[in-house]
Design a protein around this ligand. Structure first.
Ligand SMILES: [Cu+2]
Length: 127
């Protein structure tokens, strides 16, 4: 048996394990799903936006934009960490929307991201 090869093999396996562990440790909380979903086309203007995170977070920002203009929502920054949010959006109309959000995860890091959806009453109908 070649000891040098064996040692190198062990070292390689150990390195892979370390990289894997480091990756897990640095995984921030993220958005698991939303309603409307990212890149979805829905027919009805949604009365609220649901956000479900991979772990409890404090949602500190949620803005809905249509053509660069803010759409009013009933969002208020959360003082409590929860995994799921329902934000009332009473002013939605047909159009293209972008949602920008920011949240503080359990590790204290702020994560932010954006997704878009379309409200098109004619979607899926025959032309
Ligand atoms: Cu983090």
């Amino acid at each position: 048996m070649n000891t040098q090869l064996f040692t190198n093999g062990l070292r390689g396996a150990f390195l892979v394990l370390c990289l894997f562990a480091a990756n897990l440790a640095s995984a921030h909380t993220g958005l698991k799903e939303s309603t409307p979903a990212a890149d979805a086309t829905v027919k009805e203007p949604p009365a609220h936006i649901n956000l479900v995170f991979t772990a409890p977070v404090r949602l500190i920002k949620l803005e809905v934009l249509a053509g660069g203009q803010a759409v009013p929502t009933r969002f208020a920054p959360s003082s409590e960490a929860v995994a799921s949010y329902v934000i009332d959006t009473p002013a939605m109309k047909p159009g293209n929307f972008t949602v920008n959000w920011a949240a503080i995860g359990a590790d204290g890091h702020t994560v932010s991201n954006t997704f878009s959806f379309v409200v098109d009453p004619a979607a899926g109908s025959a032309p």
